[in-house]
Design a protein around this ligand. Structure first.
Ligand SMILES: NC(=O)c1ccc[n+]([C@@H]2O[C@H](COP(=O)([O-])OP(=O)(O)OC[C@H]3O[C@@H](n4cnc5c(N)ncnc54)[C@H](O)[C@@H]3O)[C@@H](O)[C@H]2O)c1
Length: 318
């Protein structure tokens, strides 16, 4: 039985990862100050501590074979409201995890994001595509920049110190338990609570929405594959879907209406949207033998079915 630590294990992706690892028979320790979500409380050991507590991180990582580092400050609302916390938690927290695995020799899987590519117009993005970002005066880029620094730090620990580290760049993951602050989760939440779905700036922006079970499959493949050490992988669907289409599919399945919003009047100049986000997933296919297999319509239907029965989640605000 291997011993794994999942930082951020109470979050959306982390909680699905914890469930999967427990099901596979691993000993799992969750490192996260938040409680585990309803329905899966008590399935794993839980250390409620901050990732910025370096001593605690190194104590908890000490006997682990594998560490999945998912804790982070995530979400547009957070990087506009708390840009400094985004930088500190993401960068310094990741440094604590990397130092801890350097001391023990454990394998680490680091969660990064498609946001690192910024608004590079040359899609699809291979892993070595350029980063194209806006000004540092726009808080919107703190998340992308923090994750890029973490990536540099991870490659540095791998090359300079031989740390076994793989990085996963997730593309718009969605599914049960996601906070209703993202395109899919907010659309479903609003429609199920009797509010109109919101479509920003005409809804023509596209994303490659990735069902959480597919993302988890790739994440565990990375931990087990030594060929992935020192490498970064795009983990996303290659099905490009517009945000307007998500609203159309969701209203078809739930009912309700769609309302148009102009971001210039809501988020203001501090936010800069990205028109298209498409991964080149050939590296994940070649090295991990992985590709996303869940169609958006299927993933949406499964998420809606779950949401209808999740009272605690419907009680959140969207
Ligand atoms: N969901 C996506 O589509 C997506 C896309 C790209 C990258 N990611 C990355 O995947 C990872 C997981 O994302 P998620 O969607 O599950 O986010 P989430 O917000 O649901 O989970 C993040 C978890 O980190 C924990 N956390 C926050 N601050 C912490 C701190 N100071 N100490 C310890 N834990 C702390 C939170 O309590 C939370 O449980 C993150 O690293 C994120 O950047 C997610």
């Amino acid at each position: 039985m291997s011993h794994t630590v999942v930082t951020g294990g109470c979050g959306f992706i982390g909680s699905h990862l914890v469930e999967r690892l427990v099901r596979d028979g691993h000993r799992v320790v969750v490192y996260d100050p938040a409680p585990l979500p309803p329905g899966i409380e008590g399935i794993a050991e839980h250390v409620r501590a901050d990732i910025l507590d370096e001593r605690r991180v190194s104590e908890v990582v000490d006997s682990a074979d594998t560490v999945y580092h998912l804790s982070a400050m995530v979400g547009v609302d957070r990087y506009l409201a708390r840009p400094l916390d985004v930088i500190e938690v993401n960068v310094l927290g990741s440094r604590n995890v990397l130092r801890a695995v350097h001391a023990t020799g454990a394998k680490v899987v680091m969660a990064s994001t498609s946001e690192v590519y910024g608004r590079n117009p040359a899609i699809p993005w291979a892993e070595d595509a350029d980063r194209v970002l806006g000004s540092t005066t726009a808080d919107r880029w703190t998340y992308s920049s923090s994750k890029a620094v973490v990536e540099h730090m991870t490659y540095g620990f791998a090359r300079q110190h031989g740390v076994r580290a793989s990085t996963v760049r997730y593309f718009n993951v969605y599914g049960p338990r996601q906070r209703p602050a993202y395109v899919v989760s907010r659309t479903i939440h609003r429609l199920l609570t009797g509010k109109p779905a919101l479509v920003y700036d005409g809804g023509r922006q596209t994303r490659c929405f990735t069902y959480v079970a597919d993302a988890i499959e790739a994440t565990v493949c990375l931990a087990d594959n030594s060929e992935a050490d020192g490498q970064v992988f795009n983990i996303g669907s290659d099905q490009e879907t517009s945000i307007g289409e998500i609203a159309r599919l969701a209203t078809h399945l739930i009912g309700g209406t769609v309302s148009s919003v102009d971001t210039a009047h809501t988020l203001g100049e501090r936010y800069e949207d990205i028109e298209r986000r498409v991964p080149d997933v050939s590296k994940a296919k070649a090295v991990l033998g992985w590709r996303a297999t869940t169609e958006v319509a299927e993933g949406l239907a499964t998420t809606i079915e779950w949401a209808r029965g999740a009272r605690w989640w419907l009680a959140l605000t969207s």
